[in-house]
Design a protein around this ligand. Structure first.
Ligand code: MTE
Ligand code: MO
Length: 302
């Protein structure tokens, strides 16, 4: 599919480590001198957005509650999940309902790279180079029927391979949903890889949703079911705590979580240089998606 949007992150931003450290040194040298400090501050804010994360960071610090609630549980336990063969059931208001094999889906889709900011509702973030295809292309393959308004997603539920699902942490299977126009937005992708390699199990192999302007929990992993519907679908975190997690869950620095501020975020990685940076409206994708929410009170529809 042709690009219908402009990315401000490019391959260049997946910087070789040596260059990365040099850039940090250059920035460190800019701070603290009169007017220069202002320029340095601005440059630093921009850098903060573009700093890449490493394979190690992206694959070892994860949320995948089916394998436990600890950040390193997915990397420890998701290896047991069988991801081949893999089938995705597409049903509801579509012309071509049925079971689609992962390889069959891949053969129909054009893979491309998308380097996106990724912002968890817990106020940490990364920059991740995904490979995948636009969800719209898959939905068009299934043939969305007139009257469909929402897309519902479900994750695999296989308790013998997913130790976390033996506990009622969430109402399993993990469920998510989007409005149809959000699902059809060109920024919304189904990812099959990171850093040019197939998705590791802990990151949602073999196929997961990525919605870069929403909090990370909307980006449901290891998807086995996609349903087109005219009703807003129930979603796991909203079912667990509707006061804290809304259906929309758009990244918004002005609407705080009841228990913490969403105005800033901790960029994962960087060790000594680990720092907080301002959270951007719609995670920096305002130009692409703000129009989806025109006239909607984002404080109420959080
Ligand atoms: N099925 C499923 N999908 C999930 C989750 C989960 O626990 N189960 N966690 C979500 C949350 S809270 C985040 S922040 C992202 C984390 O993705 P990553 O581990 O690839 O960074 O996955 C989301 N998708
Ligand atoms: Mo998250």
């Amino acid at each position: 599919m042709a690009h219908r949007w402009q990315n401000d992150l490019t391959h260049r931003d997946i910087t070789p480590e040596s260059l990365f450290w040099n850039r940090r040194k250059i920035l460190a040298g800019m701070g603290g001198v009169g007017l220069g400090a202002i320029g340095g501050g601005l440059a630093q804010a921009q850098e903060a957005e573009l700093d890449p994360n490493t394979w190690e960071e992206v694959t070892s610090y994860c949320n995948f509650y089916e394998f436990g609630t600890g950040k390193t549980d997915p990397a420890s336990y998701a290896g047991q999940m069988t991801t081949s063969p893999w089938e995705v059931e597409i049903d509801g208001m579509v012309d071509n309902p049925g079971t689609y094999g992962f390889d069959q889906i891949l053969s129909e889709m054009t893979l491309e790279e998308r380097i996106y900011r990724f912002r968890c509702v817990e106020a940490w973030s990364m920059v991740i180079p995904w490979q995948g295809f636009e969800l719209a292309d898959l939905l068009n393959l299934a043939g969305v029927q007139e009257g469909a308004k929402y897309v519902a997603f479900e994750t695999l539920l296989r308790p013998d391979e997913m130790p976390g699902t033996r506990y009622p942490v969430l109402d399993w299977p993990y469920r998510e949903g989007l409005r149809l126009d959000e699902a059809m937005n060109p920024l919304t992708i189904m990812a099959t890889g990171i850093f040019g390699k197939p998705l590791p199990n802990q990151n949602g192999a073999p196929l997961r949703l990525v919605v870069p302007w929403k909090y990370g929990f909307k980006s449901i992993k290891s998807v086995v079911k996609i349903t087109l519907t005219d009703q807003e679908p129930p979603t796991s975190w909203n079912m667990a705590n509707a006061r804290e997690y809304g259906f929309y869950s758009n990244v918004n620095p002005e609407v705080d979580h009841p228990r913490w501020s969403q105005a800033s975020e901790r960029r994962i990685g960087g060790g000594l240089f680990s720092r907080r940076q301002p959270t951007l409206m719609f995670n920096g994708y305002e130009a692409e998606v703000a129009s989806l929410y025109e006239g909607l009170d984002l404080t109420k529809n959080f």
